[in-house]
Design a protein around this ligand. Structure first.
Ligand code: BEZ
Length: 230
């Protein structure tokens, strides 16, 4: 059994039926992985983390997904993100599968894969959805910030591979909105026009941002001003 530290309960429900919400502290845990025993918060350190689960080793969709995460190593690094995978298989299975992922993707799997054989972490993060066939984990993703807050979560069914370019795009948006106190519009990509928060008067927006455009009083876009020396 793993050592799991849970946040305080409000007394209204058991731990098992308390959903993990955006803004919550990501629960800490200690688990076996391909990188040895991991104490999650200590391992995360000051980095952003993308914790993602897959249903099973030696399966086709999962092989493509873990290979894609490996191929994107430079992109994770550039954003200060540590990816970490999880399934309910053993470390022995993860290690035996890894060369196949690497051969398929032509990339090295340098991130850890958690071996959650007793489903302790998967249960903690609500990654087991029995309606999806069995008690293996579905395709969950949690983006966790350096303060250990859950900032984004998505859940995909077992039959549908995720788009990790979208996860990178969302990390770019989270980091930009944190840095500049703005929002990002539909399909935004790094460097594109941002949304001025409705709480900022247009006069003030013109001082803070470049090229402010007002479509409606509540919908204004602008460019983030480049910092001198950035
Ligand atoms: C897959 O990775 O292909 C897969 C794994 C479990 C259930 C369905 C698909």
């Amino acid at each position: 059994m793993l050592d799991i530290q849970l946040g305080p309960s409000d007394g209204c429900g058991t731990v098992a039926d308390m959903a993990l919400h955006l803004g919550d502290i990501a629960p800490d845990f200690i688990a076996r992985s391909t990188a040895g025993e991991i104490s999650f918060h200590a391992w995360a350190g000051d980095s952003w983390v993308v914790l993602f689960s897959h249903p099973a080793d030696f399966t086709p969709v999962c092989t493509t997904e873990l290979g894609r995460v490996a191929q994107l190593k430079d992109e994770w690094d550039r954003r200060g993100v540590k990816p970490i995978a999880l399934s309910v298989d053993s470390t022995e299975d993860h290690e035996a599968w890894r060369p196949q992922i690497e051969s398929f993707s032509s990339a090295s799997v340098t991130y850890p894969i958690i071996a959650d054989e007793d489903r302790a972490v998967a249960s903690l993060y609500d990654m087991i959805h029995p309606g999806e066939g069995d008690t293996s984990s579905v395709r969950s993703v949690f983006v966790i910030d350096p303060a250990k807050k859950v900032r984004l979560s998505i859940t995909y069914p077992k039959s549908v591979g995720r788009n990790f370019d979208e996860i990178l795009r969302a990390v770019d948006a989270l980091q930009t909105t944190d840095r500049s106190a703005v929002s990002t519009p539909v399909d935004w990509r790094a460097g594109e026009r941002i949304i001025v928060p409705p709480t900022v008067p247009t006069d003030e927006a013109r001082e803070r941002f470049d090229d402010v455009e007002e479509f409606y009083p509540y919908l204004r876009t602008a460019r983030i001003r480049e910092e001198v020396g950035a």
